[in-house]
Design a protein around this ligand. Structure first.
Ligand code: SAH
Length: 374
């Protein structure tokens, strides 16, 4: 008997490739932009001209680029500055000094950014992923899982739009300068490491290569991906590291920040200390105060001990009043408990602040607006 040929699969489909965000000038180093110019059939110096429009004049409007040949402007802008996202909605609070934007990315993914103007600075809180895989149970973004990583340009563009709004006097208080960036919107920045480092470089590179922000005014906030913290310390960009600790003991932190089952409190705090040792940048410890969960006086003492064991003066604790998410069983701490928590940390020599909360009424708690929308 002859051998039966194996039946062919009925449908031979190529592996599904997900579409990528458009490639944009902000994804590229200056050298890569010059290569891009060549691809577009343009002289290399056009890359620098368009970079100056985007990063210095904060414009992507072809009409305003009068140093480009009139007949080629639209084409050049399409080649270097393709549309990355559209603003679905902006919401204001705090008399117009807090502005939250809900963005729709090219594939329909939703992310948010929040601009907060203070008397002495203006800070934008940006997203680095659509969704998040870290599953912290008190965080709105954590509930929906990860949709995808954002590209470098998608991350940077949120900042450029914020800087433009400040420069043009569109934020209450008149024209000003965007000075600070915090990666505390949606996503875990160190889980999208390459794109985030690219974004940090674009934000801190001097104009016209980048936005020219001071690295110390850029804060990367993480749940504590230990190997990535070590890698970040070696990049030679002295950004501020914020570690979302939320509990000083493994038992509770395993629940509040599930990645803790992979990297213990001890390993995580060691990595943060190493970051300080290598960069000289004081680390910010984020601690969301949750009533009767992590706000006991004994936990304040334990937190101080865990930090002091590794040295003095290397951390600052930032207590964040919990912004309750819809359906969550947790609420913010009693003010008296919060005061006692601060007192105990300070008594043990830990510099501590309670974060000023902004935009409560516009769902500025991490991920809430996007969660309502989808
Ligand atoms: N994934 C990163 C950055 C995004 S969240 C990180 O976890 O650090 C930025 C900060 O907001 C983190 O400290 C996070 O724990 C905190 N956060 C999340 N949800 C919150 C809520 N409902 N109330 C207060 N802080 C919250």
């Amino acid at each position: 008997m002859s051998e039966q040929p194996k039946p062919l699969p009925l449908v031979i489909s190529p592996p599904r490739r997900r579409e990528k965000p458009p490639r944009h000038l902000a994804d590229l180093t200056l050298e890569e932009r010059q290569e891009r110019a060549a691809e577009l059939g343009l002289p290399a110096f056009r890359a620098k001209q368009v970079s100056a429009h985007y990063f210095e004049r904060l414009t992507d409007d072809a009409e305003q680029m009068t140093d480009l040949p009139a007949g080629q402007r639209v084409e050049i802008v399409q080649g270097f500055l393709p549309g990355l996202m559209t603003s679905l909605r902006t919401m204001q609070a705090d008399r117009g000094t807090t502005v939250k934007t809900l963005w729709k990315l090219f594939d329909g993914a939703l992310v948010e950014s929040v601009l907060m103007r203070y008397t002495d600075r203006a800070t934008i809180c940006i997203s680095s992923q659509a969704g998040c895989a870290m599953a912290c149970p008190f965080c709105a973004t954590g509930q929906g899982g990860l949709q995808r990583n954002m590209s470098t340009a998608e991350i940077v563009h949120q900042v450029v739009v914020g800087a433009r709004a400040m420069a043009r006097g569109e934020v209450a208080g008149g024209p000003g300068r965007l000075s600070n960036v915090v990666f505390m919107g949606m996503g875990e920045p160190l889980a999208n490491y390459k794109a985030v480092i690219g974004a940090v470089r674009r934000l801190t590179d001097p104009a016209p290569h980048g936005l020219g922000l001071s690295a110390r005014h850029v804060t990367v906030s993480t749940v504590g991906l230990v190997p990535r913290i070590k890698q970040l310390a070696d990049e030679g960009i002295p950004v501020t590291l914020a570690l979302s600790l939320h509990a000083p003991d493994d038992e509770l932190r395993n629940e509040l920040v599930p990645i803790n089952t992979h990297f213990s409190v001890a390993e995580t705090v060691d990595a943060a200390k190493e970051y300080f040792d290598k960069t000289g940048r004081r680390v910010s410890i984020e601690y969301a105060m949750m009533r009767d969960i992590n706000d006991q006086a004994w936990r304040a003492d334990l937190l101080a001990d865990v930090l002091n064991e590794r040295g003095r003066g290397w951390v600052h604790v930032n207590l964040i009043p919990l912004n309750p998410t819809p359906g969550s069983k947790w609420t913010a701490s009693d003010p008296a408990d919060e005061r006692e928590f601060v007192r105990r940390l300070e008594a043990k020599g830990i510099s501590t602040t309670v974060r000023d909360t902004r935009g409560d009424e516009i769902d500025a708690a991490c991920g809430q607006l996007a969660a309502t929308e989808s």
